[in-house]
Design a protein around this ligand. Structure first.
Ligand code: PMP
Length: 427
């Protein structure tokens, strides 16, 4: 049996941890089967509890952009650990990473560190509400901004995979302040603004969506959102938890040349440690405690180990002039070659890609919003996923997720991946 030890570990975990996992998407509930328990990771590869290795296309859901356990990051964290794990006081390191980010990301003056993407988005929305004095937000169907109550309304990622995008436990009072729009449907956004004049604090969006599979903004959608937000005095929040330091150092703001009022980060910014952040211009960030009245805090915010991992990762990315070009090229090659193989097999599909994010949808039409992503053949994706997994290729375990390509994936890994996909049989 391929996953013997994982299976035993899962049975044991199931007794003590809800559903056997500490985050639902790990459970393979969508694709079926037993989640693979990993015990180590290096470069492009994961090793599971049964000592099988996999080429990793999840990369911890984005953070491991350099590949796993990069030697420089490892050394930096080890050295930092010797100095102490957490002080609960300010450290010079926090200013160092803040400075690097503020100087190299467009349109932000200050950044506040937190410990997850959820916290970052939740706090950014509170700040937007506090700053504007308004209550409502617009979010897009299929976008995921973490598991804070306001966001679990038609949410993507695991919430979509498991068919409960509107979570029980979110009060009607909270839900009514989240207004929903279809991704890429600007007319609908305009209607919502007209019907809620003076009430919308913020529009929050994944500038390239990654939680309904990878879905790109079309027809200048982001620019149009900027314009309508300006017209109505609403803040535009880019959730760059996935896209930040991945599409470019300056994320989607840089790539699409659209300025957001607040930007949220996670994943790459922590180099594999639990980090999130939110950032914006002085006038907005000054409203935050202790300077301003909008409260937000965290015992482990700016934790030195996490800051060191993040700083070293960002410096390595910044120091490699062709970094983003290289990972985009790898992703483009995968897109092109996988597309060719699927065409030869007569399998209808669409591949969406931006930079080092991509998804394969088994669908006849283009995929520009959540409904179209939902109409893809997910049963076929699940079959594809399991055949690849059995042959040492680790894809995200859901057709509603994005593949994250790391800098450790080179020609060898591409060749091996394509060889496995060439053998894909579908019924
Ligand atoms: N925003 C986006 C775009 C995300 O993809 C995620 C997580 N995948 C989050 C927010 C929440 O981040 P976290 O899981 O670190 O709370």
């Amino acid at each position: 049996m391929l996953y013997q030890r994982s299976s035993a570990l899962f049975d044991e975990a199931y007794k003590y941890i809800p559903g056997g996992v500490n985050s639902p998407v790990r459970a393979f509930k969508g694709v079926g089967g037993v989640p693979v328990f990993m015990k180590s990771a290096k470069g492009a590869y994961l090793t599971d509890a049964d000592d099988r290795t996999y080429i990793d296309y999840i990369n911890s859901w984005g953070p491991a952009i350099l590949g796993h356990t990069h030697p420089d990051v490892l050394e930096a964290v080890q050295k930092q650990a010797e100095k102490g794990f957490s002080f609960g006081t300010p450290t010079e390191l926090e200013t160092e990473i803040a400075k690097l980010i503020v100087k190299n990301v467009p349109n932000i003056d200050q950044i506040r560190m937190v410990s997850s993407g959820t916290e970052a988005c939740m706090s950014a929305v509170r700040l937007a509400r506090g700053y504007t004095g308004r209550n409502k937000i617009i979010k897009f169907e299929g976008c995921y901004h973490g598991h804070s109550d306001s966001f679990l309304i038609k949410a993507g990622s695991g919430a979509a995979t498991f068919g409960n995008p509107n979570s029980p436990g979110v009060t009607a009072g909270t839900a009514k302040d989240t207004l929903l729009a279809r991704y890429n449907d600007f007319e609908q956004v305009k209607d919502i603004f007209r019907n809620n004049e003076g009430e919308i604090a913020a529009v929050i969006i994944e500038p390239v969506a990654g939680n309904m599979g990878c879905v790109l903004p079309e027809n200048n959608f982001l620019q149009k959102l900027r314009t309508v937000c300006d017209e109505y005095g609403t803040l535009l929040i880019f959730d760059e938890v996935m896209t930040g330091f991945r599409l470019a150092f300056g994320g989607a703001q840089e790539v699409f040349n659209v300025k957001a009022d607040l930007v949220t980060y996670g994943k790459v910014i922590g180099g594999g440690m639990p980090v999130g952040a939110f950032a914006g211009r002085n006038e907005i960030m000054d409203a935050l405690a202790p300077k301003g009245a909008v409260y937000q805090a965290g015992t482990l915010s700016g934790n030195p180990l996490a800051m060191r991992a993040g700083l070293t990762t960002l410096e390595l990315i910044k120091g490699n002039l062709n970094f983003f070009e290289n990972i985009s090229k790898t992703t483009e090659t995968l897109d092109f070659e996988i597309g060719k193989i699927l065409n030869e097999k007569g399998i209808q599909h669409r591949i969406n890609r931006k930079g080092s994010m991509m998804s394969v949808f088994f669908h006849i039409s283009s995929v520009s919003n959540f409904d179209e992503a939902a109409n893809a053949n997910h049963a076929l994706f699940n079959n594809f996923f399991h055949q690849l997994l059995a042959n040492g290729i680790y894809l995200p375990p859901s057709g509603y997720e994005t593949w994250f390509i790391s800098d450790a994936i080179k020609q060898n890994e591409i060749d091996r991946t394509l060889e496995v996909i060439r053998k894909f049989e579908y019924s």
